[in-house]
Write a protein that binds this ligand. Sequence first.
Ligand SMILES: *Cc1c(COP(=O)(O)O)cnc(C)c1O
Length: 348
Amino acid sequence: MSQNLINLYSDTQTKPSLEMRQAIANADVGDEQQEVDPTTNQLQNMVAELLGKEAALFLPSGVMCNQIAVKVWTNPGEEIILHETAHIVNFESGGAAALSGTMSQNLTGERGMFTADQVRDALRPKGRHHPVQSLLAVENTANLGGGAIWPVDQIQAVCDVAHESGLKTHLDGARLLNAVVASGTPASAYAAPFDSLWIDLSKGLGCPVGGVLAGSRDFINDAFRYKHMYGGAMRQSGIIAAAGVYALENNIDRMQDDHENARHFADLLGDIPGIDVPDANIETNMVYFDVSGTGLSAADVSARLLDKGVKIGATSDTRLRAVTHLDVSRDHISAAATALREVCEAAG
Ligand SMILES: *Cc1c(COP(=O)(O)O)cnc(C)c1O
């Protein structure tokens, strides 16, 4: 069954294509730690240029990109301002507290976003009783926000408030290129207000592993020290960087298909009794939907779908999240919606 599985669980579940595997096999390699791995250097230069930053650093994961940025920009006891749904808060094993000794002030707001006024309200008076606030972090697209895209003006406004108070700004851009493709806004325009940011290679870009962190030359020099400290410095990393080079050259524009498939899936769900798509504004590659009306729990629906060869994860007792990516075709979308309809009808 796994051969024919329609996998909408996550865009992390893509498998490297034959062409990507050929690029991997043919990669020119050297010692990354001596900065003589040509393919890693090429990938880093491509990402620095794409994001309009001085330099970039290839890392084994997106989590490490976030954690190193937090480490560079903060001291123990200092505070990060970010959204309550942020990946840094919820899905990084408490790393910011464990590795950097930071606390966080978690803002609320629709679709994973907050406003400049909220940041202003979150600023503390300066004084020895208060934690020093050193970093503002934004996630674009906002994962738990439904793959929502931050408006550029709003990004600029929240970063301006942070910078005026001496905070640094960091963008978790795991899916920034989804925002770029969907909105037509250049990556460098989204990146400009941030002191550091990164993109994931192992989500919609379809690579097996890796993220690339970018910023000023000084920032990247500091980041390389922590890459080594955290055990993320590699050797002939061109073998995996080659997948990233291939993906940047071939897999960005095609994410438009993923977005169309997500919208199509949401449309099909809208016709299934018992299913509710609470946020019909599908901007990128995610569809969160509520199954309360079916009388089944989200976990039950997920299990019954899996029996029919469709993998969609439950994100709460009542909700599931479907994510489109390059291994999901339009036919898969129709088949997945049909399977969901059958599950709902059998229950009701
Ligand atoms: C997936 C993800 C990460 C972590 O990236 P990994 O490459 O899986 O470590 C961080 N932030 C967001 C928003 C993500 O979706």
